[in-house]
Structure formats: C-alpha cells, structure tokens
Write a protein that binds this ligand. Structure first.
Ligand code: PLP
Length: 223
C-alpha cells in the first residue's frame, strides 16, 4: 500500500505541475478505494469526479466538503435528488428532461448548481451527450432555470487510439462553446470547458480546456 500510495502522490504532483494554473484537475475516481481517493486529496486534488451516484455517496460522506464533487457520468433523473444534495457540479446535462428535474431537486435544497452541458462531439449514437445541432435549443431552455447555472460544456472525445484523434472533437466543442458565449444569454456564464482524459489532456488544454478529468494517469490502470 505504501508503495502504491507514493505512486499516486507522485502522479498527482506530476500532473498538477504539468497543467497550467488556471486548469482545474478533476480526479476521475470510479472504481478507486476510499484510501486511494484520500491519498489523492492529500497530494493536492481539490476536485473529484464520479460516474455513479451510488459509488460516490459513501466516499463523499467520508471525505466531505473540503473538495468539490463533480458528476461526470450519465445522470438518471431518479438519482437527481442525491446529486442535488451531495454534488457541487454536474458536468453531464444532456436533456431538458434531466435539467428540469435537477433544477427542481436543487430548489428543494435551496441550492444553485453549476452545470455543464455534455456535447456528443463524435456524433456517436451509443454515446451520451447532446448532438451539436441540438445544443442551442437546450442552452436557451436551461438558461431559464433558476436553480441551475450554466457555466460551460463538457465532452469525452475518443477514449482509445491516438490522442491526436481527439483533437477535432475538442475543436468542435470549443467552437460551440465560443458561439454560446457570444449569445450573451442571461444566467449563462460560459467559463468552463471540460475535456481531456489521461491520454488526451495535453491536447485538450491546447484546444482550450480548463477542466481536465483524469483517472488512470493518477491512480494507475483500472482492474
Ligand atoms: C473514467 C473517466 C475519465 C478518466 O478516464 P482516464 O482514461 O482513466 O483518465 C474522464 N471522464 C469520464 C467521464 C470518465 O468516465
């Protein structure tokens, strides 16, 4: 454990030293133990992302609000209540149905939730996220919700293969980001672009990402 601990600490410090100061590192913590996540926090991680609510809640209860909790997986409306209560960011708004539901739940907790819209930049039908052509309509509707605050976009890009393969998806998402920013909608503050994972974060940062979501590079391969 000690050896593995040192490895996580080294990796976190390495990534934090590589990325520009304005870029937020979200540690993608799926499948990691509470101990591993705690080590990452000790090493300087301030934002943690989870794909599944059930997996996150016990960890959030243990670690608490010294770090910010990001929902980075596909969110079902049936889980919106728990997310409204326990998370600080939702990066994966991909439908009006979900947005409306989450807004209601946030209202129950008297909370204004920063959200990102997830873009299906690869236009793959099996992927989650909003197709580029449908983004504007969703943005306009979400901007009217009182308990969600739209702050940017998130995208996955290509998970495997050459990191360069992700660049066009990042560029496309960036161009949508710039266009929405130019719309100057009330209650919308386009500030964050969440793109890039272990294999692609340097390219994502080149293309304008200021949130990167990294798992393997910090914690090692998932078994
Ligand atoms: C797992 C995951 C990541 C991180 O992936 P790695 O390749 O392990 O860095 C980033 N974003 C999302 C949405 C993920 O599910």
């Amino acid at each position: 454990m000690k050896k593995q601990e040192n490895k996580i600490i080294e990796s976190v410090e390495m990534v934090l030293s590589q990325i520009p100061e304005h870029v937020i590192l979200v540690a993608a913590a799926k499948t990691r133990t509470l101990e591993e996540v705690k080590v990452a926090v000790r090493a300087g991680v301030k934002n943690i992302g989870y794909n599944y609510v059930q997996e996150a809640l016990p960890i959030i209860n243990e670690i608490g609000s010294n770090v910010k909790w990001h929902m980075i997986g596909h969110l079902q409306t049936s889980k919106a209540k728990y997310v409204a209560e326990s998370f600080d960011w939702v990066e994966t708004i991909d439908s009006w149905h979900l947005a409306k539901y989450l807004d209601q739940r946030c209202q129950m907790f008297g909370k204004i939730m920063p959200v990102l819209i997830e873009i299906n930049s690869g236009r793959e039908s099996n992927k989650t996220g909003v197709l580029p052509g449908n983004v504007d309509a969703l943005v306009e509707k979400v901007s009217q919700l009182k308990n969600l605050k739209l702050q940017g976009l998130m995208t996955m890009g290509a998970r495997f293969g050459e990191p360069e393969n992700s660049r066009p998806y990042f560029q496309l998402t960036r161009s949508i980001f710039d266009r929405i920013a130019g719309m100057n909608l009330p209650n919308v503050e386009m500030e964050y672009l969440s793109m890039g994972m272990s294999n692609s974060y340097p390219i994502a940062i080149e293309e304008g990402a200021n949130i990167v979501r990294i798992g393997t590079r910090l914690f090692g391969e998932r078994s």
